[in-house]
Write a protein that binds this ligand. Structure first.
Ligand code: FAD
Length: 454
């Protein structure tokens, strides 16, 4: 699934569905889901256990610990966000985000060399995760049908007497328990989601869970950046090297630098160690940057990501009425591929179309049927990439070995072939679906004998 092949947002298509919907979690998936629900429900309430006050708005927060690390906003995520929260792109730029063209302005090192410069017009927004989320939250919370309730910890669900429908949630705030009734509850609480347990309590089948172990660790620091130096860099791991790095020119004239290692090859926790670790990458660009520019503080942020996980709601036939899960609550991907926010955005768009076409009796089945392919595409890219490493453990999508051989050849050819570089970039930023990489025009460029061989 890519944004270029998705049906656009069209609020005119949606008729009233109900009076009140509740969204659990005010991170990216929850905010975007709330916005599309506001076209169909008279009121939408977003509950989050974090304080979300003005001071915290642009700081990393407890509920989103990954916020201290690089968050690349792919083209798909950015364009859906702009459709659902018009003006967000301008807000980001006004707050200091940098917009770079993926084909020409970002240095990408993959499969042994730099990817060639292309000519696809693919704008990518570089900002810190707290800035992206904070500005999105401000736009969404401004909607007349949406109420944001920070400091509400959701602790349980409410169900109807027959046990076939979720009818709201129980949340704790200020030491008090609140029973909040709703016709639809959307769970956007991320990897710690409890809606599988709620399903089980109601007697519904628990979705199968898939987990692909990568034992990844991130370390991030911030450097002072000369305002006119907007370098953005990505060094992908390439077997047997499980190390990589990314550099993002973010707001406040800073670079956010993340170095990472998979399969236990984790970076150290201090700046000197990060410089050394970056020095072992196949290009010195990241190590040089770390040497030549002053750190903003000596802090190094850490994040451990043991495995990508996916709950297979799309394989289930029966769902309780009134309950849906979105975003990381359904699938959480190895973050080095930068997909999570864009998948959440494409799911919000899918929820919009599902609300336009289905009533509440089969909403969940229709939603998971529609979003299954969104998650499949992202999952096959990230998990497929991870299975280049023999140490990766978990269920391997069928055909992975053949696809990986093809993609590895495509990457190598993309070092000198601008057309392949563009085809590759369009899929990575989720503008086009992965199947476009197998189009005969692309396949011919990948598989034809090399000039030297001839
Ligand atoms: C290290 C790292 C780097 C990443 N980099 C990228 C990237 O470059 N690009 C990209 O697109 N994505 C990236 N991601 C993924 C991205 O962060 C998520 O996919 C995105 O935030 C969407 O997640 P979500 O909204 O579903 O859940 P989350 O972001 O996990 O948010 C869950 C929300 O639910 C709230 N919550 C949880 N439990 C409760 C409760 N009981 N009651 C009330 N509220 C609750 C939390 O406070 C939080 O606000 C990265 C992830 C990680 C881990």
């Amino acid at each position: 699934m890519g944004i270029a092949t998705s049906e656009p947002y069209d609020p005119q298509r949606v008729s009233p569905v109900g009076e009140h919907a509740v969204v659990l979690g005010a991170s990216v998936a929850g905010l975007l889901a709330a916005r599309v629900l506001a076209d169909a429900f008279e009121r939408v309430t977003i509950l989050d256990r974090d304080p979300l006050d003005a001071q915290l708005q642009l700081q990393p927060r407890r509920g989103v610990p990954q916020g201290q690390h690089i968050h690349v906003l792919m083209v798909a995520g950015q364009s859906v966000m702009e459709e659902l929260a018009p003006g967000l792109a301008d807000d980001l730029v006004a707050a200091g985000a940098n917009v770079l063209d993926v084909s020409r302005e970002i240095t990408v090192h993959a499969a042994g060399d730099f990817i060639a410069e292309g000519s696809a017009d693919l704008p990518m927004y570089y900002a810190s995760r707290p800035l992206i989320e904070g500005l999105l939250r401000a736009r969404i919370a401004d909607h007349e049908h949406i109420a944001l309730r920070p400091d509400y910890q959701v602790i349980d669900h409410l169900a109807d007497p027959t046990g076939t429908a979720v009818t709201g949630v129980v949340a704790r705030s200020d030491g008090e328990e609140h029973r909040i009734a709703a016709e639809l509850v959307v769970d956007a609480t991320g990897r710690t989601s409890r809606s599988t347990a709620w399903r089980e309590q109601l007697g519904y089948t628990t979705p199968a869970s898939e987990s692909v172990e990568v034992d990844l660790a991130y370390r991030s620091c911030q450097l002072a950046r000369p305002p006119d130096d907007r370098r953005a860099i990505l060094v992908m791991p390439s077997p047997p090297r499980a190390r990589g790095a990314a550099v993002a020119p973010i707001e406040d004239d800073r670079w956010l630098v993340t170095v990472f290692g998979m399969h236990g090859d984790h970076p150290p926790d201090h700046l000197d160690g990060l410089r050394e670790f970056a020095g072992t990458l196949p290009t010195p660009v990241v190590a040089d940057l770390l040497e030549q520019h002053e750190p903003v503080t000596d802090d190094v942020a850490r994040y451990r990501f043991p495995a990508s996980t996916r709950r297979r709601y799309d394989q289930l036939e029966a769902h309780p009425r009134g309950l849906l899960a979105v975003g990381d609550a359904v699938a959480s991907f190895n973050p080095i591929y930068g997909q999570g926010m864009s998948v959440a955005a494409l799911e919000a768009l899918a929820l919009h179309h599902t609300l336009a076409e289905h009533d509440d009796t089969d909403l969940a089945s229709a939603f998971y049927a529609r979003t299954g392919s969104i998650v499949d595409d992202a999952w096959n890219i990230s998990v497929g990439g991870d299975f280049q490493f023999a140490e990766t453990r978990g269920p391997k999508p069928s055909g992975t070995a053949v696809v990986n051989r093809y993609l590895s050849r495509l990457h190598r050819r993309a070092h000198t072939d601008a057309e392949l570089a563009d085809a590759f970039s369009r899929v990575v930023v989720m503008e086009q679906p992965p199947r476009t990489l197998f189009h005969p025009r692309v396949a011919w460029r990948v598989l034809r004998p090399s000039v030297t061989a001839r």
